[in-house]
Write a protein that binds this ligand. Structure first.
Ligand code: FES
Length: 191
């Protein structure tokens, strides 16, 4: 398995230009995954009989304070090694997300099914493009957000709307939704 992981990393290094920040993010993700796989293969015989420690279980969830995120802004958190996009949507962005007919969607899903009731301004999605796993652009104010105001993936041009739903390009499905719950007015627990 370690050989396969190494081959994957070598392949990623030869095909991804590290000068591009977005591709660097992908490289970090791929490299991180390979390291986890490699360590897992070596460590498994030693830890097979052990129960997970409490601190390991605690790492499976994170808490994020949304209060500092201004309207229209988004930030990236990391949960279980994955980028999580947290966006404070404007009234206009919510209106566009809610008003999009489902028959215009590649992966039909209503906006209401992608946010928590009463908390429509907060969109929480896994920031990994469903095409080949790049991290789409759109969280920084200087980033391109594509024609639908959400995120733009420069790999092959997939575009996501303000609900994180794929609207254009080769990505087959919407940005994933992590399990999360509000534990305060502007505080969430992911995982
Ligand atoms: S990984 Fe997003 S378009 Fe290819």
């Amino acid at each position: 398995m370690a050989d396969t992981a190494s081959a994957t990393v070598r392949s990623a290094i030869t095909t991804v230009g590290v000068d591009d920040p977005t591709k660097r993010d992908l490289l970090k993700l791929v490299t991180g995954s390979a390291v986890v796989i490699g360590v897992g293969a070596i460590a498994w015989p030693f830890i097979d009989s052990m129960s997970p420690a409490k601190d390991v279980l605690a790492l499976s969830s994170i808490e994020v304070d949304l209060a500092p995120i201004q309207e229209g802004q988004a930030i990236t958190a990391v949960w279980r090694g994955k980028p999580i996009f947290l966006r404070n949507r404007s009234a206009q962005e919510i209106k566009e997300a809610e008003g999009t007919p489902l028959n215009q969607l590649i992966d039909p899903q209503s906006d209401a099914d992608r946010v928590k009731p009463g908390k429509e301004k907060w969109l929480v999605v896994i920031g990994i493009c469903t095409h080949l796993g790049c991290v789409p652009l759109g969280n920084k104010t200087s980033d391109p957000r594509g024609d639908f105001g959400g995120w733009f993936c420069p790999c092959h041009g997939s575009q996501y709307d303000t609900s994180g739903r794929v609207r254009h390009g080769p990505a087959p499905s919407n940005l994933g939704l992590p399990p999360y719950a509000f534990i305060g007015d502007t505080k969430i627990k992911i995982g």
